[in-house]
Design a protein around this ligand. Structure first.
Ligand SMILES: *Cc1c(COP(=O)(O)O)cnc(C)c1O
Length: 362
């Protein structure tokens, strides 16, 4: 049996460091927003290449807090890809703003810059590109549109830890970026955790207040903030795992390369391979017109898979106001996508077997 993702197997190599982190925090007597959070923020900002990193409780809050901090008039619109994970869109709604969905490029499955301008109205205030599956969006084109229309850019980098865009990194390509360290992400905590990276000093200050009841000093509340603090235990675990992110991403790239070269099936559409060394390969997503049959076939051979994602956001009950809209590219993507096991615990031999089983599918 090859599981889609076994987090116990992913974390076992880090166990001695994790145990040391847990002991260190327990003995410190300081459990929320303390020295471990500060140290992690500094290390993560350095990796991303931004001046600031602000640790928060999870990825959804990271995105929501930035949109709240920007303080757009209510009813303002934010452009989001129609095929993203629901959290990207929820962040817009939770900040009191209106998500405007735009179809992805069918090849990359990322927000299509050619379709953005048609969605811009006088109420549009920001673009929220999602580096879905670990590949960076076409940020040069998106930046040009944002500049021309005076829009902010909030990157959803929750799947793109360590991804590159040319010589730059995901998380330093917009005005701010939201990160998740949910356990299954390329950099995963042992619970919920998130962060924002930005070069904007004023925004970073405001976010530090917003995550902690809007408080700029103890018992001085400047904003109507939230409780979205990062705890010391998760920050300490992340700090221990961070130095291994690059080598784990390289390992993901090696498995991805194996899939890309060894899967040879006429009906299987492979993900784009032109940025193999830049992509963080959070997920390896293939497409097949009979996705459910292929998934069953793999399951019969003991290979676990997943779908990212089975239902498009505009067809979810939560977004009933969008249910009547049609996004044919996204709908087809949601019908056809299948994610193969891709994480530091997948062995070369397992990936080899997975390729053989796919190639034998009829
Ligand atoms: C995981 C994820 C989020 C949300 O992160 P949480 O920490 O689970 O709140 C947002 N956007 C994308 C694209 C994600 O994959």
């Amino acid at each position: 049996m090859i599981p889609f993702l076994d987090l116990e197997r992913v974390n076992t190599p880090h166990l001695p460091r994790i145990q040391a982190a847990v002991s260190r925090v327990t003995a410190s007597g300081w459990y929320v927003l303390g020295p471990e959070v500060q140290a992690f923020e500094a290390a993560f900002a350095q990796l991303v290449g931004t001046r600031h990193c602000v640790g928060v409780a999870n990825g959804l809050d990271a995105l929501t807090l930035v949109l709240m901090a920007w303080d757009f008039p209510s009813g303002s619109e934010v452009i989001v890809p129609a095929n993203t994970y629901i959290a990207s869109i929820l962040s817009v709604s939770q900040a009191g703003l209106i998500p405007v969905l735009v179809e992805p490029d069918p090849r990359t499955m990322l927000l299509d810059p050619l379709r953005i301008e048609a969605a811009i109205t006088p109420r549009t205030k920001a673009i929220l590109p999602v580096h879905l599956y670990g590949r960076c969006c076409e940020m040069d084109a998106i930046r040009l549109i944002a500049t021309n229309h005076n829009l902010r850019i909030l990157e959803d980098a929750a799947q793109a830890h360590g991804a590159q865009y040319g010589t730059r990194r995901a998380g330093q390509l917009g005005d701010a970026a939201g990160w998740s360290f949910y356990p299954s992400k390329n950099l995963g905590a042992l619970g919920d955790a998130g962060a924002i990276t930005t070069d904007d000093d004023a925004l970073a200050d405001r976010l530090r207040a917003l995550r902690n009841y809007g408080s700029t000093q103890r018992y001085v509340n400047t904003y109507v903030g939230r409780n979205s603090r990062l705890d010391e235990m998760q920050a300490a675990v992340l700090l221990e795992k961070l130095p291994f992110l690059e080598s784990e991403n390289d390992y993901r790239r090696a498995i991805a390369r194996q899939y890309l070269t060894q899967i040879k099936h006429p009906d299987v559409l492979l993900p784009p391979a032109d940025q193999i060394g830049q992509d963080a390969w959070h997920l390896f997503v293939i497409r097949h017109p009979r996705r459910d049959d292929l998934r069953n076939w793999l399951d019969q051979h003991g290979i676990g898979t997943d779908m990212h994602y089975p239902v498009p956001p505009h067809q979810q009950q939560a977004y009933s106001e969008l249910n009547a809209l049609s996004f044919p590219v996204s709908e087809q993507i949601h019908r056809e996508v299948l994610s193969l096991p891709l994480n530091p615990a997948v062995t070369i031999a397992e990936a080899d077997l997975i390729c053989q089983v796919i190639n034998a599918f009829m």
